[in-house]
Design a protein around this ligand. Structure first.
Ligand code: F6P
Length: 358
């Protein structure tokens, strides 16, 4: 009997259930009744606390289009994994204990950057681990694309589309704040797809005067409105230049609910134009996966099942140049895939006059 545990960890996103379905169907297809799949509840928390359930094949039917995760999820910071907590729980030891208790041959982990650091830790501890890359941020190293990303881009683009009609009616400046603290992929793609006039991402620190100049020159040319797509992690050039600790303090003491509100205030002061902020927030992570995310998660799931069948452990399924390939967990863990500032997308956007504040 083959025994496989599956968990989803970190922030949820679209496509988790579709990926779970893909790996489960791939395993049942090959092993038939000779495989047992355990659903581990709420991510690593369930593995630490021994909360899991034996699944039936029918549990994986009808979940292709469902948002969220059927197993639940939680954030368990990697930096605390080796820290014994107040009640004396050794998290790593408990995870290994419950892995052994389920008699697992392999643990399948679906998650983002933090999740992959812990996945690699568990692999180093001798567990058989394979993983799939999920996050709307698209910032996992070793894969061209993560699942959840495209669905979030679709939602954020739709927000920018809707904002266009109200911005034009009122002749206002609008900021649409997209998720992404460290990486600007979502803001960049939605900004370009939605026709934003200004795109501000963490990778390109902005000068507020450049942003204001862009809005003023639009007004001068007869455009009555402007739309900005701003990543929640966008940072001004002055703050970006500060040493790490001071930078963190400056961001924590913004005096505004988020960076977008500060930028909106500065624009309104300088241009006199009414400026509003729209924050779609977790809406970007909700609802059904789009067709593309269903398409790639089905491939990731099938590839993950293949890795388990071949007993090829310690890998994440990545998408590289349109092909699903195994990427060593040790290479993925601890790295961030930022938007390259010389990327072709940024170049094309600048070529059509989109301002990045640099
Ligand atoms: O990592 C995905 C993400 O949605 C980020 O874009 C965002 O900054 C963060 O999670 C929000 O986290 P939480 O769901 O814990 O508020």
């Amino acid at each position: 009997m083959k025994r496989v545990g599956i968990l989803t960890s970190g922030g949820d996103c679209q496509g988790l259930n579709s990926a779970i379905r893909g790996v489960a169907k791939g395993l049942y297809e090959y092993y038939g009744k000779k495989v047992e799949i355990y659903g581990i509840i709420d991510g690593y928390k369930g593995l630490i606390n021994g909360e899991y359930k034996l699944m039936k094949p029918e549990d994986f039917s009808g979940i292709l289009t469902r948002g969220g995760t059927v197993f639940g999820t939680s954030r368990q910071p990697f930096k605390l994994m080796r820290v014994i907590d107040e009640s004396g729980v050794d998290k790593v030891a408990e995870m290994k204990k419950h892995y052994a208790e389920m008699k697992l041959d392999c643990l399948v982990v679906l998650g983002g950057n933090g999740t992959h650091k812990t996945a690699n830790l568990l692999a180093e501890e001798g567990l058989n681990v394979v993983s799939m890359p999920k996050t709307i941020d698209n910032d996992i190293w070793g894969t061209d694309v993560t699942f959840g990303f495209q669905s979030a881009v679709d939602i954020a683009t739709n927000v920018i589309d809707c904002i266009h009609t109200t911005a034009t009616s009122h002749g206002r400046v609008f900021i649409v704040e997209c998720m992404g603290h460290k990486a600007g992929w979502l803001t960049l793609h939605a900004g370009v797809a939605g026709g934003a006039d200004v795109i501000l991402i963490p990778e390109i620190p902005y000068h507020i005067d450049k942003v204001i100049d862009c809005i003023k020159s639009r007004t001068k040319s007869g455009k009555t409105f402007s739309i900005l797509a701003v990543a929640e992690g966008a940072v001004s050039a002055e703050i970006a230049e500060l040493p790490k600790k001071q930078k963190k303090e400056a961001m924590a003491n913004l005096m505004y609910p988020s960076i977008s509100y500060k930028i909106a205030h500065e624009i309104e002061e300088a241009t006199g134009q009414e400026t509003r902020v729209t924050v779609p927030g977790h809406f970007q992570r909700g609802g059904s996966p789009d067709a593309y995310d269903r398409f790639i998660t089905t491939q990731f799931g099938a590839a993950c099942a293949k890795l388990i069948i071949k007993e090829k452990y310690g890998f994440m399924t990545g998408m590289v140049n349109g092909k699903v390939v195994p990427v060593p967990l040790s290479e993925v863990a601890g790295k961030l895939k930022s938007v390259p500032t010389d990327s072709k997308i940024i170049k094309a956007a600048k070529d059509i006059g989109i301002c990045f504040g640099d």
